[in-house]
Design a protein around this ligand. Structure first.
Ligand SMILES: C[S@@+](CC[C@H](N)C(=O)[O-])C[C@H]1O[C@@H](n2cnc3c(N)ncnc32)[C@H](O)[C@@H]1O
Length: 258
């Protein structure tokens, strides 16, 4: 389906979805980079899933999209399931693999992905955690789109700058398209991901993350890079300043309650 057909077929109940400009931007970037396997975090109605899946499928009819959302019910309309708009727009598709009631720590793919989309919790450091979890399945050179990197300009969302912080912290290749200010594109590489994770962790946190949940991501980091895990631990300990604080953070990073 073409972007303008997708926009025209969007169910009337859909809200808080990617903008029309973002529909065109995501489609053109996915197609120009010939992406065929995607990971999406933050599904809500499923409109963005339909857009991404359509673009991936126009590159390869065996395209796969793995989509994850914390909420089983659509967060703005509890009479709908998360992802319902996808099925209304495109019907059942074997290549669309939807998991709800989960965080990105559950991401699991049978092959490497060449596209990622992050549009879940926008509070720092959630987007960085989503990228970390995704990174286990991203090929070097994969395209990663970060949504809502301009929340600082939006009333009611100014305290949720995780997308912006991750985009700013990214030391590798990145770009935005003219006229699409909310969307940032990263060209994934492991070294940039590890540096960006450490930088975003050092910035102010918007989110209060339960130690058990944070512990799941720290476990992922310790597997992805034991050295980065250690550095992060040391930085957090140094920042906290005292031995007691260090102990407190140690149990936090290990995912234990304190
Ligand atoms: C802005 S909406 C996604 C909109 C969707 N991408 C679209 O354009 O149609 C954000 C979604 O992220 C989900 N979410 C929030 N925090 C999450 C987390 N930590 N992990 C996974 N999903 C989360 C919410 O349940 C919500 O459905």
């Amino acid at each position: 389906m073409l972007p303008r057909e997708l926009i025209a077929s969007r169910p009337s109940w859909v809200r808080r979805q990617i903008s029309n400009d973002e529909v065109f931007a995501l489609t053109s970037e996915i197609i120009s980079k010939s992406c065929t396997t995607g990971i999406e975090v933050g599904v809500a109605s499923g409109f963005s899933s339909a857009v991404i899946f359509s673009a991936l499928s126009s590159v390869d009819e065996d395209a796969l999209l793995y989509s994850y959302d914390l909420s089983r019910k659509c967060y703005f309309d509890s009479t709908r399931n998360t992802g319902d708009a996808f099925f209304e727009m495109l019907g059942e598709r074997t290549g669309f693999k939807l998991s709800t009631g989960v965080t990105s720590s559950e991401i699991d793919l049978p092959r490497k992905a060449d596209f990622g989309f992050i549009d879940a919790c926008h509070e720092n450091p959630w987007p960085a955690l989503d990228l970390l979890a995704m990174s286990r399945f991203l090929a070097d050179g994969a395209l990663v789109a970060l949504d809502d990197i301009d929340t600082i300009f939006r009333r009611g969302l100014r305290h949720t700058n995780g997308g912006r912080d991750l985009y700013r912290a990214w030391p590798g290749k990145k770009y935005q398209l003219d006229g699409v200010s909310g969307l940032g594109f990263l060209i994934y590489d492991r070294a940039s991901m590890l540096r960006a994770i450490q930088t975003t962790f050092a910035l102010d946190w918007d989110a209060h993350i339960h130690p058990d949940v944070l512990g799941q991501y720290m476990k992922i980091l310790s597997r992805v890079s034991p050295l980065a895990y250690l550095k992060l631990f040391l930085n957090v300990s140094r920042y906290a300043g005292t031995r007691d604080h260090a102990r407190r953070h140690a149990s936090l990073l290990d995912g234990k309650r304190f």
